[in-house]
Design a binder for this molecule. Sequence first.
Ligand SMILES: Cc1ncc(COP(=O)(O)O)c(C=O)c1O
Ligand SMILES: N[C@@H](CCOP(=O)(O)O)C(=O)O
Length: 466
Amino acid sequence: MEYISTRGSAQALDFEGVTLAGLASDGGLYVPREWPRFTAAQIADMRGLSYVELAVRVMLPFVTPSLTEDELRDLCTRAYGRFAHEAVTPLTQFDQQHWLLELFHGPTLAFKDVALQLLGRLFEHFLQKNQDHLTIVGATSGDTGSAAIDAVAGRERVDIFMLHPKGRVSDVQRRQMTTVRAPNVHNIAIEGSFDDAQAMVKRMFVDDAMTGRFRISAVNSINWARLMAQVVYYFAAALQLGAPDRKVAFSVPTGNFGDVFAGYVAAQMGLPIERLIVATNINDILYRALTTGDYSAGTVTPTAAPSMDIQVSSNFERLLFDCGGRDGKALAEQMRGFEASKAMQLTNAQREGAAALFTSVRADGDDMVRAMAWAAENCGEVIDPHTAIGLHGARNCGIDPSVPIVTLATAHPAKFPDAVERATGMRPHLPSRIGNLFDRQEAVVELPGDYDAVASFVAERATPSS
Ligand SMILES: Cc1ncc(COP(=O)(O)O)c(C=O)c1O
Ligand SMILES: N[C@@H](CCOP(=O)(O)O)C(=O)O
């Protein structure tokens, strides 16, 4: 498989190249040159496979020829062996129409583990082969950070610099990052929002002074390998609900548009998906873009679902590219305009392309609380605030009651105990595998929301590429 940049001018790369590159050198995001497609018979043949075997079937077309099937199987076996549930991403039923896809059984209790446990091993595999070293720079609104740190802590060939917005992640999320004591892990709390952190990370990829000295890569969903691994659980859920003979809808709590874009990829690969519901909180740039065509970033408002407090959604660029006729030059111009003014209007082709599969539902704080309370009272399920926004989307999207709707449960409720207790009166407890999180010492550096300060911090500590 060959990968091309959404902005049209970076070199095309193979899977190994895009995994190690993260963001394309022209500032764009890598996408496969074409979508691999399964027939209905091939999808039917996936029924009953273990999660690892399903992952191999779904991902093999993307990784060939950089990895052999056996290498991919070995990496998946080790990655998913760390999950606390045998099914890796089990599906539970709420009621006749609604289902919950539990994506929080990994080591750090959020859906990010599904991709990052694999990505950490992919990095190690390729770096070992090339005898090289990687400098990972990432931005997190809470969950990517801990999942990425868990995946690479202590690994010899990787340094990780993780930026989070100071005071805007939950205590559990922060501690899951800052209590990991390994020489290659650097936690940075910056003044500002997740968007500010993400903008600094993206700038580093096009800063010659940094890319000339360090091999910089990404653990955010700008890295194609992240999305690829997330495609698998759409297949896993849909197959259990009757795919390919029956269509399924998914409601996805959305921030950076990575998780729901993985659903779009599954649809392009032939999985029959009725609709993808883009569920947002009040930081609703995606809701506005998908309902009116207005993609303009307001200021980020902190909410009880902090991981979705995002107003510039990286992966939306991948959708705009695919729906807008895959014209890299035109998209580069459109994105340059957005970067300058923080506003843009979708073209008709982009709007129509997106409308064919996506519906968006916005939830405010009360909607979120009601959804958590409904799940607890009617189904005995304690869900986290992000999942609640997804459930609100699922219950208010107007899809025919005969179509099953799967809400993606993106985090364990114990990551947000205060918000869950306020909504349900129940205080969720951390699973024992998380250990004594609140007794451990934290290590974190505070920096201003200033690119030069962050770049110098990284440059002074990172290992140059060989
Ligand atoms: C718990 C949780 N739910 C939902 C999201 C949104 O996912 P995405 O950014 O892939 O849209 C995030 C962060 O990204 C998250 O951490
Ligand atoms: N919600 C995320 C934000 C980053 O998203 P990513 O999927 O692009 O890594 C987080 O928890 O950090």
